[in-house]
Structures are given as structure tokens and as C-alpha cells.
Design a protein around this ligand. Structure first.
Ligand SMILES: C[S@@+](CC[C@H](N)C(=O)[O-])C[C@H]1O[C@@H](n2cnc3c(N)ncnc32)[C@H](O)[C@@H]1O
Length: 264
């Protein structure tokens, strides 16, 4: 059964730590390039989390634009508010992808990174996205397909058990493979599909995958129905592989750029 994580204060801080990694920074640059934001634009960041993307958006639209962050987690809103405190063009509010606190056609563009994979009713989320975009407005969406994961392990069966339990943190751990069709079904024009690969070829405590252990381990211990020692032993094995120069991690994120058709 799927068990979305509660983005309480502790988890929000762990996500903030992961998202400060160089891997995530490179991904944000990839997303911002795809967005191509201009000064003066009004852009919504749905599921804005700790606010790193929101800050980048605010920089791109400048003081004449608007960067609006929406997230259901109070802890995430607090982190984003602190991160963007010096930027007057930023506004933040608690809200859900299924019921955005925004008017019809209010935005030129939307960014939704690592969020729709948590949402069970994608058709409803896309219909809500169309509602808040102006005719001709665009959206940049990015999600992970966890089947693209390559992670070194000595005990492959144990790793598979743990990663199967981890899959349940998302409503759909394989969303990207069906997203083009769902976007078209919702009335969007799909303009671009692309892939952003993570590659950690060494065990570096600063890298994405090593930082992610601080989220995966407690989640699987809490919800995975596996002995705590087994989960800890898996994480210990990864560190050991690192010491031996045998560590390897790779994971793909998939990017979609789509457009709300212009009015005829
Ligand atoms: C992995 S974080 C990604 C944060 C941010 N988009 C980024 O890429 O830096 C996922 C975020 O999605 C938010 N989220 C989860 N379910 C959501 C929903 N139904 N509507 C909007 N945001 C949601 C969470 O609160 C969390 O902040």
C-alpha cells in the first residue's frame, strides 16, 4: 500500500539537505533552462518544497514579475519563506495541486518538480493546472521513474526488498512513462520530453544518493514491514562498497514541457 511521507519538520529538513546537493543544483539548472523564464512573468511553483526552485524562478522573473509557491506542508512553506525572505516578488501559501489557491488564467507558466508522483489523481491535478495557466501558458514537469535505478549491492535480494518498500512513498513511482498520454488527454500540447540522469560513481556523503539514505532508511524502517537491522545493514553495505571503491548509483528523472493551447 502506498504511504506518502508526511512532510513534517524533520522530513522537510532532510529534503532540504538532499536538495542542497550539487546533483539537485544541476537538475534545477536543467529545469530553469527548459522553463526559459523572462522578466515580468507570473509563475507558479506547485509543491514548492524547501523553495530552491522558487528562488531561482524569482531571480529570473525579477522584481516586476511574480513567483508563487504552493505546498500543503506547513514545514516546507516555512523553509521556503526563509529561503526567499529577501525577494518581494515571492508569495507563498499552503495549498494542494488539486485545489490551487489561484484564479483562472493567472499564470504565464508553472513548474512542478518531483510532485505529481505523490498525487494519486493526476487527471484532476492536470485539469487544475490548465485552469490556472493563461491560454498559451506553459508548464515544466519533472518526475522520477524508479525502474531506472541502478544501485550497487552485494546482497541484491535484500536491496530489492528495501527498494520495493521505498517505492510505496509515491502514489506512482513510474509516472513519467504515462505522462505524455495523460497530458494530451488533459488537453495540453506536449512540446518536449527529456531525461536528466543522476550519476554518483563514488560514495561521497555530499552526493544525492548518500544524502537520500537519511530519508530512505527511516521511511523503510517505519513503513516497510522489514526488520530494522536489515535496513541498517543495507545502508552499511553501501558505505562498505564505497570504502572498497565499488559504489555506483544512477537514477533518471524525466522532464516534460507542455502548453495550454492558445484560444482559437
Ligand atoms: C520531493 S519534494 C519537491 C519539492 C520541490 N518541488 C523541489 O523540486 O525542490 C515534494 C513536495 O511536494 C509536496 N506535495 C506533496 N503532495 C502534494 C500535493 N498534493 N500538492 C502539492 N504539493 C504536494 C510536498 O509537500 C513536498 O514539498
Amino acid at each position: 500500500m502506498n504511504q506518502p511521507p508526511k512532510f513534517d519538520e524533520k522530513t522537510a529538513r532532510r529534503v532540504e539537505d538532499v536538495y542542497s546537493s550539487v546533483d539537485e543544483e544541476d537538475q534545477r539548472n536543467f529545469v530553469m533552462n527548459a522553463l526559459g523564464a523572462s522578466p515580468g512573468e507570473r509563475i507558479i511553483d506547485i509543491g514548492s518544497g524547501p523553495g530552491y526552485v522558487l528562488r531561482d524562478i524569482a531571480g529570473a522573473v525579477g522584481p516586476a514579475g511574480r513567483a508563487v509557491g504552493v505546498d500543503p506542508s506547513e514545514a516546507m512553506i516555512d523553509l521556503a519563506r526563509k529561503r526567499c525572505a529577501d525577494l518581494k516578488q515571492v508569495a507563498l501559501s499552503e495549498g494542494d495541486a488539486l485545489a490551487l489557491p489561484a484564479d483562472e488564467g493567472e499564470f504565464d507558466a508553472a513548474v512542478i518538480t518531483q510532485v505529481y508522483e505523490y498525487v494519486a489523481d493526476i487527471a484532476a491535478a492536470l485539469s487544475e493546472l490548465r485552469r490556472v495557466l493563461r491560454p498559451g501558458g506553459r508548464a515544466v514537469i519533472l518526475d522520477t521513474d524508479w525502474d531506472s535505478l541502478v544501485w550497487s549491492a552485494r546482497d541484491g535480494e535484500r536491496a530489492a526488498r528495501i527498494l520495493k518498500a521505498w517505492d510505496s512513498h509515491l502514489a506512482d513511482p513510474h509516472l513519467p512513462r504515462t505522462l505524455s498520454a495523460r497530458l494530451r488527454g488533459a488537453g495540453f500540447e506536449v512540446e518536449r520530453r527529456d531525461v536528466f540522469p543522476f550519476l554518483n560513481a563514488e560514495y561521497d556523503p555530499e552526493c544525492y544518493s548518500c544524502r537520500m539514505l537519511n530519508i530512505i532508511v527511516p521511511f523503510v524502517i517505519r513503513y516497510g514491514d522489514l526488520p530494522k537491522q536489515e535496513v541498517k545493514a543495507w545502508a552499511g553495505e553501501l558505505e562498505e562498497l564505497g570504502r572498497e571503491g565499488k559504489y555506483f548509483f544512477s537514477l533518471n528523472r524525466y522532464l516534460f514541457v507542455c502548453r495550454n493551447p492558445a484560444e482559437a
